[in-house]
Write a protein that binds this ligand. Structure first.
Ligand SMILES: *Cc1c(COP(=O)(O)O)cnc(C)c1O
Length: 391
C-alpha cells in the first residue's frame, strides 16, 4: 500500500463498530468483569503484554486505533499515546535510561526537551552530553560504555541542520546504544525512521497529525525489541491521552497527506521568495538545493514540511518589531503544524552549548500554512516595508 492509502486505512475497524467509518470514542476508567476467573484472566493477559481492555489508563479501542495507524505509518512495531509531545519525549527517555547512564543529545534539540534533560535527568544521575548535530559517524568519539541512548532530531529545531541518522545509528548500534528520534518535522509521511536505523520514534502529534492547532498529543513508536520497555514505562508512569483528543488526532491524521504536500509546496515557494529579498541574510530550509543539509535530506526524506527559518541581515530590534507586529496572516505564537501561518523570533545562542551560533543575523522561524502563497508573500512584503521604514 502507498503511504496516502495507509493514512486513510490504517487503524480503522468499521466491521467492529456497526460499519461506522471512524473509531468510536470510548470514555473509560472502570471496566467491569463478569467473574473472578475473567478478571484474573484479563489481568494475566495484560501482564503478559497482550492488548486487552482492562482499565481506562491502559488503553481502549480508541487509543489503539490511533496508535496502530501511527505505528504503521512510521514503519515501527507498536505505538503509545501520551498527553503531549513533550510527555512523549520525557517518558520515552525515562523508560530507556537509569541512574549512571549516559545520553548523547543533539545540540539542536527542541528546547523543552533540553530543559527536561538538564533539570530532570540530571536529578536522577543520568549524564547528558550535547553534540554537534552535524557530527555524523564522528559520534563514535563521544560514545562511552555507559551510553545507552543517542537522541537525534532532523532537521534541528529552529536551526534546521540535517543529521546523518543512518551513520549515527550504525555507530550507536555497534556500541550497544539505541537511537531515539524526534520525527515531528517530517511527520511519518516524509521520513521513515525505522528504515534509517532509529529504534524509538517520537511524534509531537500536536503538530501535523492533529493539524488544526486545537489538541495536545504525543505518540512514541518503537521496534519490536524496544516495545516492552516503552509500554511498561508508559504504563507505570500513568501515561495515556484523553479519548476526545485521541479521536481528534485520528480525524486530523486522515488528511495528513494532502495537508502536508500543500504545506511543502507553499513553504518552498515562500522560502524561495525570501531568498531573493535584500533584507534576508539566508534561509534555512533543507529542501532548497543550496542548503548545507540538502544532500542528506534528498537521500533520506521524501518531502519537506511547512516549517523553516530565515536569518535577517543585521537590523534593530525595533525594526524587527515593526516587521512582526502588524503582520496580518502570520500569527506570532509557539507551536506549528496547523493550517495557519506562524512566525516567531528565536535566539539559538540562548541555549546552545556544544556548538556556537552567531546571532548577528536575527533568526525568525516561520510555519507556512495553507493560505494562498500570494497572500502570504504580500503580508511579508508589507512587513519588510515597515522594517525598512523603521531602520
Ligand atoms: C512541539 C514540539 C514538541 C512538543 O510537543 P507538545 O505537544 O507541544 O508538547 C516536541 N518536539 C518538537 C520538534 C516540537 O516541535
Amino acid at each position: 500500500m502507498k503511504e496516502e492509502t495507509k493514512i486513510v486505512v490504517a487503524g480503522r475497524h468499521p466491521e467492529d463498530n456497526f460499519g461506522i467509518v471512524n473509531a468510536p470514542v470510548y470514555h473509560a476508567s472502570t471496566v467491569l468483569y463478569p467473574s473472578l476467573a475473567e478478571l484474573q484472566k484479563t489481568h494475566a493477559a495484560r501482564a503478559a503484554g497482550e492488548r486487552v481492555v482492562s482499565y481506562g489508563r491502559i488503553g481502549t479501542p480508541t487509543t489503539w486505533s490511533l496508535e496502530d495507524a501511527v505505528a504503521e505509518l512510521e514503519g515501527g512495531y507498536r505505538a503509545q499515546v501520551f498527553p503531549s509531545g513533550l510527555a512523549a519525549v520525557s517518558h520515552a527517555m525515562l523508560a530507556f535510561l537509569k541512574s549512571g547512564d549516559h545520553l548523547l543529545m543533539t545540540d539542536s534539540v527542541y528546547g523543552p526537551s533540553r530543559i527536561f534533560c538538564d533539570n530532570v535527568l540530571s536529578r536522577f544521575g543520568i549524564e547528558v552530553t550535547y553534540y554537534d548535530p552535524l557530527i555524523g559517524a564522528g559520534i563514535a568519539d563521544l560514545i562511552r560504555p555507559e551510553t545507552r541512548l543517542v537522541y537525534v532530531e532532523a532537521p534541528g529545531s529552529q536551526t534546521f541542520e540535517m543529521q546523518d541518522i543512518p551513520a549515527i545509528a550504525d555507530v550507536a548500534h555497534a556500541r550497544d546504544a539505541r537511537v531515539m528520534m524526534d520525527n515531528t518535522w517530517a511527520s511519518p509521511l516524509f521520513f521513515k525512521p525505522f528504515d534509517h536505523g532509529v529504534d524509538i520514534s517520537i511524534q509531537a502529534g500536536t503538530k501535523y497529525i492533529v493539524g488544526h492547532s486545537d489538541v495536545m498529543l504525543g505518540i512514541v513508536t518503537t521496534t519490536k525489541d524496544c516495545w516492552p520497555v516503552l509500554q511498561k514505562g508508559a504504563n507505570m508512569m500513568g501515561q495515556t491521552a484523553g479519548p476526545d483528543d485521541v479521536y481528534l488526532a485520528q480525524r486530523g491524521m486522515r488528511t495528513l497527506s494532502v495537508r502536508l504536500k500543500q504545506h511543502m509546496v507553499n513553504a518552498i515557494a515562500v522560502a524561495e521568495w525570501l531568498k531573493g529579498r535584500p533584507e534576508v541574510h539566508s534561509v534555512l530550509h533543507p529542501a532548497l538545493p543550496d542548503d548545507p543539509g540538502h544532500a542528506i535530506w534528498k537521500r533520506d526524506f521524501t518531502g519537506s514540511s511547512g516549517l523553516f527559518s530565515m536569518r535577517l541581515k543585521e537590523v534593530s530590534k525595533d525594526a524587527i518589531a515593526a516587521f512582526l507586529d502588524d503582520l496580518e496572516l502570520f500569527g506570532m505564537g509557539y507551536s506549528w503544524g496547523g493550517y495557519e501561518s506562524l512566525i516567531i523570533l528565536a535566539d539559538p545562542t540562548s541555549y546552545r552549548t556544544a556548538t556556537t551560533w552567531d546571532n548577528t543575523n536575527p533568526l525568525l522561524r516561520l510555519h507556512i500554512g495553507l493560505e494562498a502563497v500570494e497572500d502570504l508573500i504580500a503580508d511579508l512584503e508589507a512587513g519588510f516595508n515597515r522594517l525598512n521604514a523603521a531602520k
